[in-house]
Write a protein that binds this ligand. Structure first.
Ligand code: NAD
Length: 401
């Protein structure tokens, strides 16, 4: 494995370049290329997943890793985690080109950052790939719980999808409270879910338990059948019809870019709140939704349960715990549940500032990671350990005006 560090002069050709701290191109023995980008480590080591997918060109892969790593800085900041943002992409077909040796070499690539980048699962990679990487680096999360048991901190690790769904569920409850001023509860709500995969199905189950009516769509017939078996009574519509369902909430839980001019024009909902990453096709669609009177819950905030889960796993296996979190499963779950409060605070702040919700969230995240407003890196001697832990684990929203 060899690597080159990509310089700012070269990177500034990319519109997604945002003064990233460290971007490297790796080439493995079989000719496969990967990129790892560390966007910002003001709040701590850059945590973000490793995806494996094909790209039309290396330039497309660089654009993607720059964009995704930057997104992780915002996500981790708003989740109240003492972590920065980074991401890795392996250029290739994960079904046909992924080998154990490749993932081990990728582990060595992660290790070359000496801890400023910490990796995790993403699309095209899974638990067994994290295990392969772990032979070469300790800066890897998403490992099976059995590799982590035996510690005084209790069980962490494992599949983060149920935790992502749990955070979404609490975020949705906060959005309902905000939008309907306490006049509606989940039992009065109709949610349309696009994509009933790992997160969408788990979210559907939580919503259904509280009596919500569900309409679902998925490109996979198998996925629909599995969802019907798990969820019981649900309406099923085609993948193109899901946008026009007359519901209260639309929950995008499939791929990115679901909200564009065409799909937004079809929406008949009051709220958008779902797990998918990068839901807005372009950033101005935040404003388009606001003008249409639709309350958009910023995707990277409501779907942060998964990164909170792997973040705790990392805190547990490293000595890194600047916010003095109680690193055991119950506290991690409580932190995930606090996504509800974080969402509530952002929606209230957006109203107070008179700005779209996505723009408000971005501004709050920047206030944290650019101005050192993070709880964990606060060097104020008056801030005692307990206050830091309590504040961060209950949502960590100290609004910086
Ligand atoms: P998944 O692959 O398990 O599920 C995605 C589902 O969407 C699949 O069932 C797929 O068939 C379906 N789908 C794809 N295109 C579709 C379309 N056009 N219309 C309808 N259905 C479609 O993935 P997941 O882990 O559930 O993740 C879902 C989304 O949430 C992704 O955007 C992911 O990046 C994001 N996310 C996931 C996690 C996590 O912990 N898994 C964390 C944060 C964000």
């Amino acid at each position: 494995m060899s690597f080159t560090q990509l310089g700012n002069e070269f990177l500034s050709n990319f519109e997604s370049f945002d003064d990233h701290e460290d971007v490297r191109r790796f080439e493995f023995e079989d000719g496969i290329v990967a990129f790892i980008a560390v966007h910002n480590t003001n709040l701590g080591p850059a945590l973000g997943g490793c995806r494996m997918t094909t790209y039309d060109s290396e330039a497309d892969a660089i654009h993607d890793v720059l964009r995704l790593s930057r997104g992780m800085t915002y996500k981790n900041a708003m989740a109240g985690l003492p972590l920065g943002g980074g991401k890795a992409v392996i250029v290739g077909n994960h079904r046909t080109q992924k080998t154990e040796e490749l993932m081990q070499a990728m582990g060595a690539a992660v290790e070359s950052f000496g801890g400023s980048y910490v990796t995790a699962e993403d699309s095209g990679t899974g638990e067994e790939d994290m295990v392969a990487m772990a032979t070469e680096t300790s800066y890897v999360t998403g490992l099976p719980p059995e590799m982590l048991t035996g510690s005084k901190y209790g069980e962490l690790g494992g599949n983060p999808s149920p935790l992502t769904a749990l955070g979404c569920y609490h975020g949705i409850k906060s959005a309902i409270e905000h939008r309907y001023n306490g006049e509606k509860e989940l039992k009065d709500i109709h949610v349309s879910i696009q994509g009933v995969g790992a997160v969408g199905l788990a979210l559907g189950k939580l919503l259904k338990q509280d009596g919500a009516k569900l309409t679902i769509a998925d490109i996979s017939e198998e996925g629909i059948e599995a969802a019907k078996a798990e969820l019981g009574e649900v309406d099923v519509v085609g993948v193109d019809e899901i946008f026009g369902v007359d519901a209260d909430i639309f929950a995008p839980c499939a791929m990115g870019g679901a909200l564009n001019d065409n799909t937004i024009a079809q929406l008949k909902v009051d709220i958008i709140a779902g797990a998918a990453n990068n839901q807005l096709w372009q950033s101005h669609h935040d404003q388009v939704l606001t003008e249409k009177g639709i309350l958009y819950v910023p995707d990277y905030v409501i779907n942060s349960g998964g990164v909170i889960c792997v973040g705790y796993e990392y805190f547990r296996k490293s000595d890194y715990n600047p916010q003095y979190f109680n690193i055991e499963r119950g506290s991690m779950v409580a932190h995930v549940e606090s996504v509800g409060k974080i969402v509530a605070d952002i929606l209230a702040e957006s109203e107070a500032r008179g700005l779209p919700t996505g723009e408000t969230s971005d501004a709050l995240a920047e206030e944290r990671f650019l101005k050192g407003a993070a709880l964990g890196n606060d060097t104020d001697d008056d801030a005692n350990e307990e206050d830091l832990a309590n504040s961060a684990q209950s949502g960590g929203m100290t609004m910086v005006q």
